[in-house]
Design a protein around this ligand. Structure first.
Ligand code: UDP
Length: 239
């Protein structure tokens, strides 16, 4: 008997920084390939996988605005950066024989598909990985908001947020050596204690639609699979 996964359909959020590896900018091909391999393992378990990919390894609108650029234009660049990461991820998945589609919230004729809700659901049902790029398609939002939005739209069982740290801590672990890794939290606790999970717009969207969020370390090999198998890994926010 093959062990059963805890989830039927997930929305995996990968930050741009997670793709960067040890480099300060861009995409580390080794990291990209490892992530593609980890996604492949989920597909082989029969889990339906939607992916929202960030762009912080290339451009962030906020940073560009601080350097003097118009914020809206900066956010356009940030969203296009997520498309570049999406193209790299789709390519990496194809190279390990995983059927994947890339849908962008900003139409890019000839480069990738346009975001289409009904088509995304039907692709997921047929075992295709669907990568959602260009965030929400609007400036002043983040890809965490896009992850919660798409997660709710596709009726994912959870948003799995892959980060560089093991999960949500009771305090900043860099400043406070006594900071503890929290295994489970309520939406309310996160808000009351002002714990850093994701930006408020994204977080309240998840809370209002009872979409569970799992924060885990994407740099830890095997952690994603452990999460999907329902093993203790990272932090779960869900009630
Ligand atoms: N962005 C945006 N609207 C969205 C999602 C993203 O304008 O709906 C822009 C924004 O400038 C953001 C950048 O794209 O800084 C990259 O996304 P994000 O910072 O969320 O990437 P991550 O931190 O996950 O790598």
């Amino acid at each position: 008997i093959t062990p059963k996964s805890a989830y039927r359909r997930i929305l995996l959020k990968l930050s741009g920084e997670a793709l960067m590896g040890e480099e300060g900018f861009g995409i580390d091909p080794k990291v990209l390939d490892r992530m593609a391999q980890e996604i492949k393992e989920l597909v082989e378990l029969g889990v339906q996988v939607g992916v929202v990919i960030g762009g912080g390894n290339l451009f962030r609108g906020e940073g560009l605005a601080q350097a003097g650029m118009n914020r809206v234009v900066g956010d356009h660049m940030g969203m296009l950066a997520t498309v570049m990461n999406g193209l790299a991820m789709r390519d990496a998945l194809h190279r390990v024989f995983v059927n994947a589609r890339l849908m962008s919230a900003i139409p890019l004729n000839g480069v990738c598909d346009d975001y289409n809700w009904a088509e995304a659901i039907s692709l997921l049902k047929s075992g295709r990985v669907v990568i959602f790029a260009a965030g929400t398609g609007n400036p002043f939002f983040t890809t965490d908001s896009a992850a919660c939005l798409r997660g709710i739209e596709i009726e994912a069982d959870a948003v799995l947020k892959g980060t560089k740290v093991d999960g949500v801590y009771s305090d900043d672990p860099v400043k406070n050596p006594d900071a503890k890794l929290m295994t489970s939290l309520s939406y309310q606790e996160v808000l009351e204690k002002e714990l850093k999970v994701m930006d408020l717009a994204a977080f309240t969207l998840a809370r209002d639609h009872s979409l569970p969020i799992r924060v885990f370390n994407m740099n830890k090999p095997g952690a994603l699979k452990r999460v999907v198998m329902g093993e203790q890994e990272g932090t779960l926010i869900d009630h």
